[in-house]
Design a protein around this ligand. Structure first.
Ligand code: UD1
Length: 424
């Protein structure tokens, strides 16, 4: 297994470029299943474990895929299987994204139920509700979702989500794009990843109104065509790199971003005493003299993202006082806290809120990654801890951060990847 070995205490400075967004790549790749012929060319796709897992699933269904230099080519003309097996789905919950496109194109899909995850229950009831509204008959047996469109094609419908869900909105959009008639989605997720999916489906030939808002209207098409498309930047990776600058008292520019998408996060950095400068496609963070305690509440976009919550907690361990970090999306997403406390932090958990008492001198030791963003928070803590921090089970981090140690080294961090054997 791989671990990251970090010798803390270096102030980061310099410029790095953001990678392509993982969370928009996944529904885009799933959408290629909607088209019956030709080849898609998708640029700015990050070379990540999650992307490999997802293309493996597409290959299993009969697609042909190749990823080179962050360009993914996908041909889905030969897809014949509508079965997403447990062995592949269990590796990544986002595999549920194949449900909508397979059902819409073939009138049938059989997808293994994804499991829970490291930070609490993550149901899929809203995905199923949306498919049922579009006319699908769904049964669940022997661990599989079996979905059928009785007349072979889904039909447009009014879908209202009781809560905002990125995944369920994505699945509904993809399914509606090939359904007969018009679909409206109320209380749709408005995350930039959904906006990007809408733009991708529109490029394929779908007609979508309300892009970027929580009210979407989709006119279903009889067929959709392959396209060449540029993926957007990864706003969570960008935010994590800025947090690395802030926690080390550094000054870093992240290029290749749209600052507007980072607005809620940038505002919090400013509140914490950092200065922020933006251009059309870059953000520069310059640390202040000290970090000011800054509360955040993770909620759906445009509010502060839950995927940056763990990194913010790591940052606040160095702030001059107490801060409160509340997660209103995943109430139990606090696996990183015991590990941060092992490094010397003083963080309490009160229901869905972390109370961080700073500043604390962190001292390096071995810590365990438990999920993707938790791992990122441990890396950030390692950058500021005294001595050596070893972040074990780094495969969690590799699911979502492209060449993270290379990027951090470019900025002056002392970080290396090493192999180790786990006992027990
Ligand atoms: C996506 C992101 C993930 C991010 C999350 C919230 C991808 C691949 N993953 O996950 O990184 O943390 O958005 O921004 O894009 N829910 C239900 N029923 C459902 C679906 C969701 O109750 O059928 C609940 C969830 O438990 C959660 C909330 O809705 O409390 C939001 O989850 P959702 O937006 O669906 O997250 P994902 O799409 O799984």
């Amino acid at each position: 297994m791989d671990k990251l070995v970090i010798r803390g205490g270096r102030r980061l400075s310099g410029t790095v470029t953001a990678s392509g967004s993982k969370n928009s790549s996944l529904p885009i790749i799933a959408s290629t299943l909607l088209s019956g012929a030709g080849t898609f060319t998708l640029h700015h796709i990050p070379d990540l474990k999650d992307i490999k897992t997802f293309t493996q699933l597409l290959n299993h269904l009969g697609a042909e895929t190749s990823l080179a230099n962050n360009t993914l080519r996908v041909s889905t003309g030969k897809v014949q299987s509508m079965l997403a097996p447990y062995e592949l789905v269990k590796k990544m919950r986002a595999s549920i994204y194949v449900l909508g496109p397979l059902l819409a194109r073939f009138g049938h899909a059989r997808v293994s139920l994804p499991g829970g995850c490291a930070f609490g229950p993550r149901p899929i009831d809203l995905h199923l509700m949306a498919m049922e509204k579009l006319g699908a008959k769904i049964t669940i047996e022997t661990g599989f979702i079996d979905a059928t469109a009785p007349e072979g094609r889904l039909r447009g419908a009014h879908i209202t989500f009781p809560i905002s869900s990125v995944g369920a909105t994505g699945n509904a959009l993809m399914a509606a794009a090939l359904a007969e008639g018009t679909t409206t989605i109320s209380n749709a997720a408005a995350e930039p990843e959904i906006e990007t999916l809408c733009n991708f489906l529109a490029a394929m030939g779908a007609t979508i109104r309300g892009i970027g808002t929580t009210e979407l209207e989709i006119e279903g098409s009889a067929s959709l065509s392959p396209v060449e498309f540029n993926n957007v930047f990864d706003r969570i990776e960008a935010g994590t790199l800025l947090a690395a600058a802030a926690i080390t008292g550094g000054e870093v520019t992240v290029k290749g971003v749209e600052p507007e998408q980072l607005k809620s996060v940038l505002k919090k950095f400013q509140h914490a005493g950092c200065s922020i400068e933006t251009t059309l496609d870059s953000v520069t963070l310059k640390s202040g003299k000290s970090l000011i305690p800054t509360d955040i509440t993770a909620k759906p976009y445009p509010a502060f993202p839950t995927d940056m919550q763990a990194q913010w907690i790591a940052l606040m361990t160095q702030a001059e006082g107490t801060s409160h970090i509340t997660d209103k999306i995943y109430h139990e997403r606090f696996n990183h806290i015991p590990e941060l406390n092992r490094l010397g932090a003083n963080i309490e958990i009160r229901k869905n809120q972390a109370v961080v008492h700073g500043p604390k001198l962190l001292s390096g030791t071995k810590v365990m990654s438990t999920d993707l963003r938790a791992s990122a928070s441990l890396v950030l803590a390692g950058l500021v801890a005294e001595g050596t921090t070893e972040v074990l089970r780094v495969y969690h981090l590799d699911r979502g951060y492209e060449k993270i140690e290379v990027k951090l080294r470019t900025l002056g961090a002392d970080i290396s990847r090493e192999q180790y054997k786990e006992f027990g």
